[in-house]
Design a protein around this ligand. Structure first.
Ligand code: ADP
Length: 164
């Protein structure tokens, strides 16, 4: 039955990690902290359809496009609804007003554990990081993706579809 397959999908969460289900780094839609929003940009951002948008530190000249971006804040698209035309529309300034916590998890966290975390309801999106060893230096955490409850649910449903 479908129910049985969904239970199987849920059970597979024990074997899978966050890395299996996340949206990969290259596909994350984020904005630089230095960005000042025009009305057009707000429209474009709304059209993207995302609820939450990571804000990264724009290191400016000298920084490399290949550098992994350093996320410093989260912008909730709904926060754009109350923009005062008299205020500056710098994205970081808006994000600082609401100050949504940026949650981070490691890519090898079991999907089951991630689901339990989301069920507790404190947050619904996490940045996914991997530990990168460096020669003669402390290891660093590198951003490699983003995960939401939706990704885990999709992972459960997908098993059902593939099994059919
Ligand atoms: P949303 O409400 O923004 O669509 P969901 O939690 O419903 O977010 O997730 C839908 C999918 O979009 C998931 O695969 C999730 O990883 C992805 N996602 C969410 N936010 C972003 C973002 N800022 N950039 C890229 N992908 C995102």
């Amino acid at each position: 039955s479908d129910e049985f397959k969904i239970v199987l999908g849920a059970l597979e969460l024990y074997d899978k990690t966050v890395a299996h289900a996340m949206t990969r780094y290259e596909d994350i839609f984020m904005l630089p902290d230095t960005l000042n929003l025009s009305a057009d940009m707000v429209t474009q951002i709304l059209d993207m359809g995302y609820t939450r948008i990571p804000i990264f530190e724009n290191k400016g000249l000298g920084s490399n496009d290949d550098d992994i971006k350093n996320v410093i804040a989260l912008l909730f698209v709904k926060d754009l609804a109350l923009l005062d035309p008299a205020d500056s529309h710098n994205v970081m300034k808006i994000a600082s007003i609401y100050n949504h916590e940026v949650r981070r998890v490691l890519e090898d966290m079991p999907l089951r554990t991630m689901l339990e975390e989301f069920k507790r309801g404190e947050y619904h999106m996490a940045l996914v990081e991997r530990l990168v060893e460096q020669e003669d230096k402390d290891p660093i955490y590198e951003l490699c993706g983003l995960i939401t409850l939706e990704d885990i649910i999709e992972e459960i449903i997908q098993c059902e579809i593939i099994d059919e």
